[in-house]
Design a protein around this ligand. Sequence first.
Ligand code: BV8
Length: 225
Amino acid sequence: MADKIVILTGAGLSAESGLGTFRDEGGLWAQHKIEDVATPEGFQRNPDLVHAFYNARRKQAAEATPNAAHVALANLQEQHKGEVVIVTQNVDGLHEAAGGRAIHMHGVLDGALCAACGHRWPAPAEMATGQICPACSAPTARPDIVWFGEIPYHMEQIADHLQDCDLFVSIGTSGQVYPAAGFVQESRMFGASTLEINLERTDTSGVFDRHIVGPATQTVPAWVS
Ligand code: BV8
């Protein structure tokens, strides 16, 4: 197994924990238009709808348990002699629930953010329009989620990891959302070998050196062992 590994995870990793993916049949985006629930404009237009969307997902995530793939990745972080960095697009907190640690580039469902002063605090189970920020008292609480058109978190830290990893692994992501979808190319530029683990081939499969196809709860433990 390579020395330093960077692993990008997406919604497919949590699918077998019962959490919906975005672009699969009947996925989250089939039920809602992206621009209505995952953009700052959508939040401005209809904050009640966006809070309802994230309240439902926060409740579902709180009731979900990590699956064998999350546990296998946490074990890899524990046991691998080199460094294992997980960068996740997921906001469900299941990497931590499995005992792992991840860089959350798209935010977290259990976080609240003040749109006025930038203060962050643990989100209540139900967020609502006009909720007061505990730091500046403005009625500007929003989910601490990175929406389309917003800059993902920790991008400099992620770029550093991509530059010095030996192996880049993408697990359970369709590779359609940037900048995450570009990480494979970035790591290749610095000499990393690349592996895609996914239920099926994706639009970016051609860029990867290797592929393992199948459900994450089978493919990830097998790859880690
Ligand atoms: C940015 C919020 C600039 C969190 C999300 C035009 C206008 C504005 C922007 C753009 C534009 N054109 C392009 C852009 C950039 C845009 C973008 O990429 N758009 C796409 C649609 C073209 N990106 C942005 O706006 C980003 N910001 O670019 O800022 C910038 C950037 C860098 C530096 C400076 C400035 C912000 C992107 C973040 C948006 N927020 N969601 C939430 O609600 O959860 S994105 C959303 O998609 C989720 O975060 C999700 O994680 C992410 C990716 O989806 P996937 O995880 O891949 O899920 P998906 O359903 O697609 O695929 C699941 C896969 O799993 C499938 O392949 C399936 O086969 C597989 N699978 C299923 N079951 C299993 C499985 N695999 C294994 N086992 C199973 N059992």
